[in-house]
Design a protein. Structure first.
Length: 585
């Protein structure tokens, strides 16, 4: 008997037995995975995951833009900061607009220092100190470890000015109608009353300049062009003398009216510059300020939550309705909003008939041969051409060729100054229509393809002509697909910037393309656009820190406008789809 056999059962080592795994289990799992993959369900999950990540990314971007942009209009508390650095002790007053955390190594490399006494992680704040005219710069970085005292004292005021940015300090006196108020309890109310008075006067001046004086200048320019036209193409001597006499009489009347308005404008400007204040800034100096340059003032440290909320809504409303100031870094963006919406609407009116007609010809009338296939290939390739190429084409063909010939034929009295031979709203809309027409063609043609042939044959069998079949049967049923193409065209055109820089968009447009002067819609005028405004403020601004929040706010507003335009078209498309399915909308 062997030694192992002679041992007792209690002395034998017990090794757990490994359960037997069927040899075909792994093979079955591979087969099940292969069958699952072959069924196509894996691609459903992959696509769903991609869509989910895209939605999360879009929502994250919108949240970031909203936070960075709309927080700019909230009246932040004014901080009084005592701090020290290598140059000594300092005292500043301002708003904290940003913060960041950097390592000690990064800080030392940026400052050229080598100190082991600094903390490993350094937090620093970006403080908007304002007062750029007398105490530049108006944005300063401060390391938190250098701060000795931080407070939000009562009585500090923030003032928004028409130029030179915000001003911060303490109100020391208010002079209204040559009477100076220095009593602290009455200064603020007196100052607010004077600001309201100045705002009303400024509004009267703006209406006087933009409406009445601008209308007279427009009519005087038309009279000048009419007189030049008579000189270029003179009628009979009697008719020429009669027309010139009428023009002279009308011009005299306009000049008389202009002088009256000019005197009224001069009186308003004198009233606007009547009052002033004195503001004590952070370095102890007292700075006089005329109310003609002050937009509004607030005391953020003394405001309640409801007051701050009302101020926020007022600031955002002015951002939407005011004109830009200070190289587009201050004020509002109404001209850019107006120009964007008007251009998109005009582009839609232009692109829809061209795209629909082309699709109808290719699908319903053209012989389906090699030539039509070549046209379809060309249309598909046009959708991939860089947008700047369309801008160059629009500048050369629309502006210089068509616009120049229009000027020579219909506006010779204005030459050499161009009327339509210069970038403007019409050429920008046509360029974007050309850019987006392939999308409308492809979408409309797909809608026409899905309409059953039996409907066409049934209409013709009932005695309808081909034109009646097209307009009463085919096109109404293809309308949802046409609107899909328009939706895609609007979404792309509203965000384009590169071609517009060549064919009509400018940094600042003095007048809107739509006003009260005949013919009311001025297609030859240049205009502002939200996309170009974002580019200009973000990359061409002389004050990057001041412009940054406006870039975010304008970007979010552009996205919202595109969403609203698309939702309008989508709702209309859904109603049409329901109607032609026989379902009540």
């Amino acid at each position: 008997m062997s030694a192992s056999e002679s041992r007792s059962p209690s002395q034998r080592s017990t090794v757990p037995a490994t359960p037997d795994i069927p040899s075909n289990s792994l093979h079955k799992s591979k087969e099940s995975f292969a069958s699952w993959w072959a069924s196509g369900e894996a691609w459903i999950w992959i696509n769903a995951s991609a869509v989910g990540m895209s939605i999360i990314a879009v929502l994250g971007i919108l949240a970031l833009i909203s936070l960075k942009g709309f927080s700019h209009f909230w009246p932040s508390d004014l901080l009084a900061v005592h701090y020290h650095n290598e140059t000594g002790q300092h005292y500043i007053v301002g708003e904290r607009v940003d913060e960041e955390v950097i390592s000690r190594q990064q800080f030392e490399e940026s400052r050229g220092l080598d100190s082991k006494a600094l903390p490993e992680i350094i937090e620093r704040w970006l403080i908007k100190t304002g007062n750029r005219k007398v105490a530049a710069p108006d944005f300063r970085w401060i390391e938190t470890y250098q701060i000795e005292k931080l407070d939000t004292p009562s009585g500090l005021i923030a003032i928004e000015r028409s130029e030179w940015g915000n001003a911060y300090g303490r109100l020391t006196s208010v002079t209204v109608d040559n009477k100076t108020e220095v009593e602290h309890s009455r200064m603020w109310s007196t100052f607010q009353e004077a600001l309201n008075r100045a705002a009303n006067i400024r509004k009267q001046i703006r209406q006087l300049e933009k409406k009445q004086i601008n209308a007279i200048n427009y009519r005087l320019n038309r009279l000048r062009l009419e007189r030049r036209r008579l000189n270029l193409y003179p009628p009979s001597p009697e008719a020429l003398a009669q027309e010139l006499a009428g023009l002279d009489a009308l011009e005299t009347q306009l000049h008389t009216h202009y002088k009256t308005l000019e005197q009224k404008l001069h009186r308003l400007q004198q009233d606007l510059t009547r009052d002033q204040i004195s503001l004590k800034i952070m370095d102890g100096r007292e700075i006089p300020m005329n109310l003609s340059s002050l937009i509004r003032a607030w005391q953020p440290n003394d405001m309640t939550l409801w007051q701050k909320s009302a101020f926020y809504l007022s600031s955002f409303g002015e951002f939407l309705t005011d004109d830009p100031r200070e190289a587009n870094t201050e004020g509002g963006i109404f001209p850019a909003i107006f120009g964007t919406i008007l251009m998109v609407l005009l582009m839609t009116v232009l692109v829809t008939p061209f795209g629909v007609i082309a699709a109808i010809y290719l699908r319903e009338y053209a012989h389906q041969g090699a030539f039509v296939k070549l046209i379809r290939i060309a249309v598909n390739n046009l959708a991939g051409v860089p947008s700047i190429v369309y801008g160059v084409f629009g500048l050369g063909f629309f502006v210089y060729f068509i616009g120049g010939n229009l000027d020579r034929l219909f506006f010779p009295e204005a030459l050499p100054a161009p009327t339509f031979g210069t970038p403007g709203l019409l050429w920008a809309s046509l360029t974007l229509a050309l850019l987006t027409v392939p999308v409308v063609i492809v979408s409309t043609e797909e809608g026409l393809t899905r309409i059953p042939r039996s409907l066409r044959e049934g209409s013709l069998a009932l005695g309808a002509t081909k034109a009646e079949t097209l307009f009463k049967v085919i096109l109404p049923m293809a309308m949802p697909s046409m609107l899909t193409g328009v939706i895609l065209a609007v979404a792309r055109a509203a965000g384009e910037v590169a071609p517009l820089m060549l064919v009509g968009v400018v940094k600042l447009a003095p007048t809107l393309p739509l006003d009260g002067n005949f013919p009311y819609l001025h297609l030859e005028r240049k205009f502002m656009h939200l996309g170009f405004h974002i580019y200009d403020v973000g990359f061409q601004s002389p004050n990057v820190e001041a412009a940054r929040p406006l870039v975010f706010a304008t970007a979010l507003l552009l996205v919202l406008i595109i969403i609203i335009l698309n939702l309008t078209a989508i709702l209309l498309r859904n109603r049409l789809e329901s109607r032609f399915r026989g379902v009540e909308a």
